[in-house]
Write a protein that binds this ligand. Structure first.
Ligand code: FAD
Length: 736
């Protein structure tokens, strides 16, 4: 039995290993419709901000975007839909991302996962607005200011209503939408980054008042500027604000924002899930959570709070000091439009240390409504884009050229050292951390000569191997060509590059040149339907031969069968202020291995059979280790079978069986221990589960309690070779 969504809700208090959950049956269906909604609408800054919505609106306003050719689609068209219901992937609009009953998700995916467009007419039956599986709210509120958000939470508290929240609707697991909730679509919320732009910290008096807290912390971290981003703003707006500041002839300094890889991704979900910034300096400056200085929220208890660290310990080793105290304040008049008149007081009974911890890593949509966040800005550094040695190999393979295996392995040897053991190449950790990406093929490097250094290091590395490689049949032309490249320095910064690459396809005026930067092409099912397995840096280095083979083999497969997200620094601890709730696996990762879900391609079980037991502690069967990254986790991704940690969750099982007999996605992201702590905080912050987003912390609470199956967790002999043999002989060709 589960309580999120469609299955029976039990209104009893139940005890888990983490304590009593305050289960509380929420108002749903007709009871929800019949609430005195006019009480809410009349307390808003404008009554028109509250809408009646239904699946019919979803069909009328969201579905047409998915009927267009891919080239003509843009996520911003979805965001502009007046109902505020659309999500980046059509399947997110349905419970469990499966719009058909009695068909397993895998079967549905097999039919629809590869289709790029819906038919122009005769839409499939599952799109009928009467389909009970729609996960679409019936009330949507577009809060415009803190007063509106506060009124919504107050109304929800009074009438026992559940709240869901959306910024972009990008969440792969569909956490931004839910049936029978009051949905808060933040897209009309007050703009801070857009209107005010960056704030420089030059004139801040340390220790003055709480308003200086973001700058105090930024300065302690050696940063000179901050940016306040509204709960409805996205990276397009935030990057634009920094860019406008940098290009303003009146300003002397220039800054850099660490953020997501697409314009419409928002700092809300992205940051609170961890935030991978492979292309914007994340290896050097840390994860999204590491950028946060202060948070402003409406909590489930209705309090309007702002909070952030007020004491820390410096160390010679850490780039960001260790936080020792978090403080906060409560505003007693959120309805006041003029923020300078907000009345900040000491708060009654809020544990800001816990909240700061839970919010920064524990996911969006589950701790309350974020109204704004202050993030740090870094000094601007010029950007150099380089094609890496393995990227150059991949291009050759794509062109059908033969690249000797020994040369491919050499390219991967270099990558392993460059990313995780740079001293072997005569480079510093910082030289390495300056470069990162979402793929291994092209790196975005920050700083004068940062990309050139990578290429020089490669030149030295491959020349040192010259004699051996020549004796093994590698041509001198291949070696010479591989060291001929130079960095691309055409773009001033990452947003410039995004604009140039994605707005005007094939050099023509793109259909979206008045739209946001970024490559957002909404899809029927999120692509790829991914697993986000984290490969720990230490494990890669300790098992170098295994991973050399692994990387080189993956490098030969079509891109859709696996890629590596490179957003983790050589020593990520230096950017860790020790008070975030991202898992150790995120902190200690070398790369995130993104590949199709194991139950679509069970051959990927080698990830559990070989790598999990090699890299994670799987001995204690009561303590599942964190293994996945949160940000890109696919809609139906689960951990392995509870009874056997080396086996993926079987595709042929029903949804209920998968959810009860496989490790939950929450446990696989956070690990048993950290999840327990987050669930404990959830029970304190939101005891009635006013915020209960899909696949978020606590959302699987009943399922988690019911399982008591023993685990075997036996590891078998390596299956990686078998898997790659299959791939390389083309056994999977029909799937590609
Ligand atoms: C095109 C694309 C590019 C991406 N690029 C990257 C990338 O470069 N790096 C990376 O790490 N990930 C990336 N992702 C994944 C991304 O981090 C997640 O999809 C993330 O959930 C997006 O957050 P959002 O706020 O934009 O989305 P939403 O779906 O709107 O929200 C995500 C979660 O945050 C909650 N939320 C939203 N706004 C608020 C608010 N104001 N207050 C409280 N909760 C809120 C929602 O309820 C939901 O639970 C990308 C995804 C896509 C589709």
């Amino acid at each position: 039995m589960k309580i999120n969504g469609k299955i029976v809700l039990v209104a009893v208090a139940t005890v888990s290993s983490q304590g009593a959950f305050g289960l509380n049956e929420k108002v749903r269906g007709d009871d929800l419709t019949n609430l005195p909604w006019s009480d809410l609408s009349t307390s808003l800054s404008s009554p028109e901000l509250l809408l009646d919505t239904s699946p019919a609106d979803y069909v009328a306003q969201c579905v047409p975007e998915f009927q267009k050719d891919m080239i003509d689609r843009h996520h911003l068209n979805l965001l502009e839909a007046p109902s505020g219901l659309c999500t980046n992937s059509l399947s997110s609009g349905f419970q469990d991302a499966t719009p058909t009953q009695n068909v397993s998700w895998a079967e549905w995916w097999a039919e629809w996962g590869h289709l790029t467009s819906l038919p122009q007419d005769n839409l499939p039956a599952w799109l009928d607005p009467k389909n009970p599986l729609y996960n679409i709210p019936s009330k949507v509120l577009f809060p415009a200011n803190a007063g509106d958000a506060s009124a919504a939470v107050g109304f929800a508290k009074q009438h026992n209503v559940e709240i869901s929240i959306k910024n972009s609707g990008h969440h792969y697991m569909g956490a931004s939408t839910k049936k029978d909730t009051l949905h808060m679509n933040m897209n009309k919320y007050k703009r801070y980054a857009t209107i005010n732009g960056p704030s420089e910290c030059k004139n801040t008096t340390i220790e003055e008042v709480f308003i200086n807290q973001p700058c105090n912390l930024a300065l302690a971290r050696g940063r000179q500027a901050t940016l306040r981003i509204g709960g409805g703003e996205n990276f397009n707006m935030a990057y634009d604000a920094v860019k406008a500041f940098n290009e303003d002839p009146q300003t002397s300094a220039k800054y850099h924002l660490v953020g997501g890889g697409s314009g419409t991704v928002s700092p809300m979900g992205w940051t609170w899930q961890g935030g991978l910034a492979g292309m914007t300096g994340g290896r050097k400056y840390g994860l999204g959570v590491d950028q946060v200085l202060q948070v402003e929220m409406i909590l489930p208890n209705g309090l309007h709070v702002r909070f952030g660290p007020t004491a820390w310990e410096d160390s010679d080793y850490l780039l960001y000091p260790k936080i020792t105290k978090v403080s906060g304040e409560c505003n007693e008049n959120p309805n006041e439009e003029d923020e300078s008149l907000w009345d900040w007081k000491v708060c009654p009974d809020v544990d800001f240390d816990d909240l700061w911890f839970a919010v920064r890593g524990g996911g969006g949509g589950t701790w309350g409504v974020v109204l704004s966040v202050h993030v740090q800005l870094h000094d601007y550094l010029p950007m150099e884009i380089v094609t890496t040695p393995v990227g150059a190999v991949a291009l050759r393979l794509l062109r059908g050229e033969v690249v000797p295996q020994v040369f491919q392995v050499a390219a991967w040897e270099f990558m392993i050292d460059f990313l995780w053991n740079p001293t072997a190449l005569g480079l510093s950790d910082d030289d390495s951390n300056k470069c990162g990406s979402t793929l291994m093929s092209d790196f975005f490097c920050y700083g004068e000569s940062s990309g050139a250094n990578l290429l020089t290091a490669w030149k030295d590395f491959i020349i040192a191997k010259n004699t051996t490689l020549l004796s093994l049949g590698v041509s001198s032309a291949l070696i010479d060509d591989s060291i001929a490249g130079s960095p691309n320095t055409m773009f001033a910064d990452f947003p410039d590059q995004l604009l140039a690459t994605f707005q005007a396809p094939e050099g023509t005026q793109g259909p979206h040149d008045d739209k946001a930067i970024g490559n957002e092409k909404p899809e029927i099912t999120p692509t790829p339907q991914i697993s986000t397995f984290l490969l720990p840096k230490k494990c890669i280095l300790e098992n170098r031969e295994y991973f050399l083979e692994f990387f080189a083999l993956i490098g030969q497969t079509p891109v859709g069968l696996g890629s590596f997200y490179v957003a983790f620094g050589v020593d990520a601890e230096i950017t860790n202020d020790q008070t975030t709730s991202v898992s150790d696996a995120y902190r200690e990762a070398g790369v995130q291995f993104m590949h199709p879900l194991n139950y679509i391609l069970p051959e990927f079980d080698f990830v559990y059979e070989d790598i999990m037991s090699m890299c994670y502690d799987t001995e204690n069967k009561d303590n599942f280790p964190p293994i996945y990254g949160s940000n890109h986790a696919g809609a139906t991704l689960l951990g392995p079978m509870k009874s056997n940690w080396t086996k993926s969750c079987p595709a042929e099982w029903t949804l209920e069986q998968r959810e009860s007999d496989c490790i939950s996605i929450q446990e696989a992201i956070y690990g048993t221990k950290l999840l327990g702590r987050l669930e404990g905080i959830k029970n304190t912050v939101d005891p009635t589960y006013m915020f209960d987003c899909y696949k978020c912390v606590g959302n699987n609470r009943v399922d988690a309690m019911e399982s008591s199956e023993p685990t075997e967790g036996t590891s078998s002999a390596s299956s990686m070779q078998v898997f790659f043999h299959l791939i390389l002989v083309g056994a999977l060709a029909s799937i590609l």
